[in-house]
Design a protein around this ligand. Structure first.
Ligand SMILES: O=C(O)c1ccccc1NCC(=O)[C@H](O)[C@H](O)COP(=O)(O)O
Length: 281
């Protein structure tokens, strides 16, 4: 992976993450956070809600599995949600039939917060993805302590060695992993990760150089996956899903799990918008 191949927004975010992690380590060092997370896991007091399992259950029942996103703002759209209340939105999404939640915790670029993840999780029974940019194992232990059931690994911003390291730390903690790719090259790297019940493969339709979304990305990469001998059980299409036509297109290409944010969050009642999207199928 060459630095030139990384979109500039990701480069900027990664620089920010390195300084955030350094600041966090200055308050609580790596060994302490690791010990804390491992002790919590061993006590068995904080079992994870099965994120991959919730999606698989929908898939097996022939129902679209929606990861509904709690997203206040984004680099491409600025402020998306004017009345942002993570706990209320989580409850609405649950009632509307979401399989899982995704909560942005990045502060600088998405106006997210770690507290939003905890508020959303406490308000419902759905498994929760910590949607943030992981570059250091420290953040995986931190995510576990926050209560995240799943973490995100964006292949575009991780060298192979780091990708494998972070994946192992998450799996050892029993945390599910959304492994996100934008291109065939990234997908080839992602498919080299050890097989695990925790693996979920996400195909992101957003080109991070232009911020445009193209659903053909999911269709193209799904076809690539279908030609491989070992196929991931779970494939999620991410970004740029706005209508029942978009969902039908994905379903007709055997993609039945969706990560959707903006389309819900730009409305006054994100849960109601999700319910009508599901009804319209
Ligand atoms: O959303 C952005 O502008 C963005 C910019 C840079 C890196 C990541 C970005 N989005 C993260 C996501 O993956 C989306 O929040 C998620 O897939 C939902 O997408 P959408 O339904 O289009 O809000």
């Amino acid at each position: 992976m060459t630095q030139d191949a990384i979109p500039s927004i990701l480069k900027k975010i990664v620089v920010t993450k390195h300084s955030e992690v350094a600041a966090a380590k200055a308050k609580k060092d790596f060994d302490s956070i690791k010990r804390e997370a491992e002790a919590l896991m061993q006590q068995g007091d904080a079992p994870r809600r099965g994120f991959a399992k919730a999606l698989l259950a929908k898939q097996e029942a022939g129902i679209p599995g929606i990861i509904a996103e709690v997203k206040k703002a984004s680099p491409s759209k600025g402020i998306i949600s004017k009345n942002f209340n993570p706990a209320l939105i989580a409850q609405q999404y649950e009632q509307a039939g979401a399989a899982c939640l995704s909560v942005l915790t990045d502060e600088q670029y998405f106006q997210g917060h770690n507290d939003y993840l905890q508020q959303a999780k406490a308000a419902c029974k759905l498994p929760v993805l910590r949607k943030d940019f992981m570059i250091d194992s420290y953040q995986i232990y931190q995510s576990y302590l926050l209560g995240a059931d799943c973490i995100l690994l964006i292949v575009a911003c991780l060298e192979d060695e780091k990708l494998h390291e972070l994946h192992k730390v998450a799996c050892d903690l029993g945390t599910d992993v959304l492994i996100e790719v934008h291109t065939q090259q990234e997908l080839e790297r992602a498919l080299q990760l050890p097989d695990s019940e925790h693996n979920i493969y996400g195909i992101n339709n957003r080109d991070l150089n232009t911020f445009t979304t193209d659903l053909q990305t999911s269709i193209r990469l799904k076809a690539y996956v279908d030609n491989q001998s070992t196929r991931p059980q779970l494939l999620v299409t991410e970004s740029g899903i706005h209508s029942s036509e978009d969902m039908q297109l994905m379903l007709s290409n055997q993609i039945s799990s969706f990560l959707i944010g903006e389309q819900f969050m730009k409305t006054d009642n994100p849960g109601e918008t999700l319910a009508s999207l599901l009804d319209s199928l």
